[in-house]
Design a protein around this ligand. Structure first.
Ligand code: NIG
Ligand code: FE
Length: 431
């Protein structure tokens, strides 16, 4: 599980092809020229054509990339990975005709995961989330967002966020937490939605932020969740604590939540199937990322496609994420989401790949560390056994045999290493 014993990735990674649009080279790199990435002390220190590698790096260990395509480590910028139980029963109910909103209004949906999450101990939640995280990591994820929002009471939200932090430490992966106390109304507050939001703002968020458990603050702004005014109240509480915000916006209806979020300099607005022209304009001028979640769209058999062409025309950066959660997106493959984003939403392949790297990093405020191959950044990259970058979005339902460098260690895959290419093999245990 821990990469602490995985081999160091320090040295020269030769015979690579860098994925177009996802790197900044230190010397001009022609399309077909073999590239090299130099790693020292777990950081990338030089990238470019291997023939132009500075002499200072000549004596370093060599890792042979065998012509494989290299991308930055992937970034899953929207997940609800920590929860108790599962909701396969609701899947069956939807097959029998019930809608997501009907199930939620009847006391199922998010609230049923709240019951299971409250009943689980911290260790149980950790044990349930770990194999889910491992599946995402095995596909090259190097940074991930994990939300709370299935506790909906201080002690239980704390438990979820503590598990998120522990997962990051145990697996050697960057975890950004989002406090989503305003995800649904807990049953004990039935009919007292405003009292609950006051508690979120005045008690829960300040306490959890003081414990260092909150990196950003999220809200579900929707007619089955919280109003625009309540969303703004939570955003103001976040700002008082110096925290950035994001929003589950316009998923089931247009609440004009995105425009509000953009006014509050939101990192991202997520889902956005019903996003309006006004929302797009506000996001474009605030630099807010549009996070597309095709797993939830697919599961709910939604027919309202997010306004991709208008987002593209307005220059709004688009990210793609799993939205892993037990209700609307029990998905554990970020590559499958790129396939769906292309097939269902008509993203281009370069857009989909930027969506799980550069733009996803920006949606988490991690754009200076993650999502791009460039000197000075932590060594997080993936070697893919594919000919064309499009294959990363084209195949679905398979786990590619990739080699993963995460936090400067080779945590998955086999690579030929030595002082000369083709020397002795490096055989790390899987992460
Ligand atoms: O992102 N939209 C709200 N929240 C989740 C679903 C949560 C659930 O159904 O458990 C989402 O899709
Ligand atoms: Fe979500």
């Amino acid at each position: 599980m821990t990469p602490a014993h995985a081999p160091s990735a320090d040295g020269c990674w030769r015979n690579l092809r860098l994925a177009p649009g996802l790197f900044e080279a230190d010397a001009p790199l022609a399309d077909a020229a073999p590239a090299c990435i130099v790693v020292q002390q777990a950081r990338m220190v030089w990238l470019g054509p291997q023939d132009a590698m500075p002499a200072a790096y000549q004596g370093l260990a060599v890792h042979d990339g065998a012509g494989r395509l290299v991308t930055p480590g992937l970034v899953d910028c929207h997940t609800h990975l920590v929860y108790g139980g599962e909701r396969a029963g609701e899947f069956a109910m939807r097959l029998a005709g019930a809608s997501y909103e009907e199930i939620a209004r009847a006391g199922g949906g998010i609230v049923s995961s709240v019951r299971a999450t409250r009943a689980a101990s911290e260790d149980e939640l950790f044990a349930q989330a770990l194999p889910r995280l491992q599946q995402l990591l095995d596909e090259g994820v190097c940074a991930i967002e994990i939300k709370s929002g299935y506790g909906l009471a201080l002690a239980h939200e704390r438990k979820q966020l503590r598990v998120a932090r522990r997962l990051g430490q145990a697996c050697g992966v960057t975890v950004r937490t989002s406090f989503l106390g305003a995800h649904a109304l807990p049953p004990e507050y039935a009919g007292r939605s405003q009292d609950y939001i006051d508690r979120v703002c005045e008690e829960m968020l300040p306490a959890l932020a003081a414990e260092g458990l909150v990196d950003a603050v999220d809200v579900f702004c929707e007619r089955i969740a919280f109003s625009l005014a309540q969303t703004e109240q939570v955003f103001e509480a976040a700002h008082r604590l110096g925290l950035r915000v994001k929003l589950h916006a316009e998923q089931l209806s247009n609440m004009e939540g995105a425009a509000l979020a953009a006014r509050h300099r939101a990192l991202s607005c997520d889902h956005i199937e019903h996003l309006s022209a006004r929302g797009i304009e506000a996001m474009a001028s605030a630099g807010t990322v549009a996070v597309l979640l095709p797993g939830a769209f697919y599961t709910l058999r939604d027919t309202q496609v997010p306004p991709i062409a208008d987002l593209r025309a307005a220059g709004v950066p688009m990210a793609v994420a799993t939205d892993h959660n037990p209700g609307t997106s029990p998905a554990l493959s970020l590559l499958l989401m790129t396939n769906m984003a292309c097939t269902l939403f008509r993203l281009t392949v370069p857009e989909a790949l930027a969506g799980i790297t550069r733009h996803a990093a920006r949606a988490l405020g991690l754009e200076h560390e993650h999502g791009l191959l460039a000197a000075g950044r932590p060594a997080n990259f993936v070697l893919w056994p594919v000919q064309h970058a499009a294959e990363l979005a084209y195949w679905f339902g398979q786990k590619p045999d990739c080699t993963i460098v995460r936090q400067g260690r080779v945590v998955r895959g086999v690579v030929q290493s030595g002082n000369d290419p083709g020397h002795e093999g490096m055989h790390p245990s899987n992460s």
